[in-house]
Design a protein around this ligand. Structure first.
Ligand SMILES: Cc1cc2nc3c(=O)[nH]c(=O)nc-3n(C[C@H](O)[C@H](O)[C@H](O)COP(=O)(O)OP(=O)(O)OC[C@H]3O[C@@H](n4cnc5c(N)ncnc54)[C@H](O)[C@@H]3O)c2cc1C
Length: 451
């Protein structure tokens, strides 16, 4: 499933021809760019830079590409380790999948549930009628504020946090059972730590394009697109970068010289690699915070799983489990011998508290809590351990202030010393946010180095 080692340059003369209009920069010798990190942001950036005529190498510490967008096959079943599903709104990602011939398919079913009082109920019944009415009114008055997948657009709205705003406008029940539950399920942290700008972006998008939030996947799991990018690039796996030092003339990556460097590792890793960041780079890298989680996959008899695709577990219901996904919505690739995967995600504090425990202990603790928040199972014996992945750095927190900081940095700070920061934390959550940032950074580099 995972990529085999690529440590040879890829021939890309055909793609160069297609981009001959960008070739003015190539009158001189090709400029050499190192991309550190083969997550979806780094791979997209590298691919666009290569198309624009640069000599690009991607350096990845793991033995596989994809970072938080990757899959592992165990006992013939695909387990998506981090990112679990995509959606129809991922327009830029869909284009690459089409280009690489990757099948983009709808989930087999998509019903959302919510855990309340130990029962899983349809999400529409999560709050009382008055709360539903107040929420509908709030939606009605939501303005066309900007594109959720480019949070730089929404930086002007970065003036409050999502939880306080909704508690005051719509009440505590909606704040707890919708806003906080949504943030906890998809970001693993509380809604008080996400900017109002991000919330308004999501609400605007749901109001305008509700049907396009339908969940989708790529055949072959989350790994399919990163692997396809890597087949077209010079990717060096098992290549942990320890040191980046730069001045105005060159960038030294573990003592090898490049004209420019894309730091496409998480902010935290980038700060430890980069020995002499400028003040602006240091400020952004140092202030970016991440939530942690653990993805815990169990095998369950398919007949025990009702057709709820995703269940949100509000923090007020469980301080341990933040949500779970019925992977059978993905079809045969996640099923075997009548069993399907159920993937459980954890709230950040609980995840941190058990991060260093053994796999067996994590499975045991999560299983116990699952029985409390989900009535589908009569006993632990129906829940079989499959696999798990620890994510100490899972999701960037787009907390109040972060959106404005990023916008200012992207306009005035990006590219200092020919180092370009890249990743989801510079744009918007999730794989589409990361991928679009990769595209944006490639444009910034092309403009700067061609000038
Ligand atoms: C549990 C979980 C569930 C998620 N669910 C979804 C979902 O359902 N849908 C969705 O769209 N998104 C989801 N996401 C978010 C999505 O996975 C990320 O936003 C996106 O993949 C981030 O991509 P990136 O390229 O910015 O970073 P990363 O994927 O983290 O890439 C950074 C890369 O840098 C490498 N690296 C780090 N240090 C070094 C070093 N020193 N030298 C060399 N390489 C280095 C890393 O190994 C990694 O490959 C989820 C994330 C998690 C963790």
């Amino acid at each position: 499933m995972n990529m085999v080692l690529h440590d040879f340059p890829t021939c890309h003369s055909l793609s160069l021809l297609a981009y001959s209009d960008k070739m003015s920069i190539m009158h001189q010798q090709k400029k050499r760019i190192a991309v550190i990190g083969a997550g979806i942001a780094g791979l997209t950036c590298a691919y666009e830079l290569q198309k624009a005529g640069f000599d690009v190498v991607v350096l990845e510490k793991n033995s596989y590409v994809g970072g938080r967008m990757s899959s592992r096959v165990k006992d013939g079943v695909i387990f998506d380790l981090g990112a679990d599903h995509l959606c129809d709104l991922y327009d830029e990602m869909k284009k690459y999948c089409q280009e690489f011939g990757i099948t983009w398919e709808k989930m087999r079913f998509l019903k959302y549930g919510l855990s309340r009082g130990g029962q899983v109920i349809p999400i529409a019944q999560a709050v009382n009628r008055l709360s539903q009415f107040r929420l509908a009114v709030q939606y009605f008055f939501t303005k066309d504020v900007g594109d959720f997948f480019d949070l730089n657009d929404l930086a002007d709205r970065d003036k409050n946090n999502a939880y306080d705003f909704m508690r005051l406008r719509v009440g505590k029940e909606v704040a707890n059972y919708f806003v906080d539950a949504f943030t906890s399920t998809y970001q693993f942290h509380r809604a008080s730590e996400i900017s109002l700008g991000a919330l308004l972006g999501i609400m605007n998008s749901i109001k305008k394009n509700a049907s396009r939030w339908y969940l989708q996947r790529t055949k072959g799991g989350m790994q399919a697109l990163p692997d396809a990018f890597a087949r077209h690039l010079n990717v060096q796996l098992n290549h942990h970068i320890d040191k980046l030092v730069c001045d105005s003339n060159q960038c030294l990556v573990d003592d090898k010289s490049f004209d420019a460097v894309v730091l496409a590792s998480t902010a935290r890793a980038s700060l430890s690699i980069y020995q002499n960041p400028t003040d602006k780079q240091k400020k952004l890298l140092g202030s970016t915070q991440y939530a942690s989680t653990i993805s815990v996959a169990f095998r369950i008899d398919r007949n025990l799983l009702p057709d709820y695709a995703i269940v949100w577990v509000p923090y007020v219901e469980s301080e341990k489990i933040s949500g779970f996904v019925n992977e059978s919505m993905k079809g045969e690739e996640v099923m075997r011998d009548g069993e399907s995967l159920l993937c459980v995600w954890l709230h950040e504090d609980f995840a941190k508290s058990i991060m260093d425990k053994s796999d067996d202990e994590i499975f045991a603790q999560v299983k116990k809590e699952l029985l409390k928040v989900c009535h589908w199972f009569a006993s632990e014996k129906q829940i079989h351990n499959h696999d798990l992945q620890r994510w100490p750095v899972a999701m960037p927190k787009f907390s109040q202030g972060h959106l404005r900081l990023v916008r200012d940095f992207m306009e005035n700070g990006q590219g200092e010393q020919n180092v370009f920061l890249c990743g989801d934390y510079l744009n918007a959550p999730w794989t589409e946010g990361a991928l679009r940032n990769g595209q944006k950074v490639a444009r910034q580099i092309t403009e700067k180095l061609a000038a």
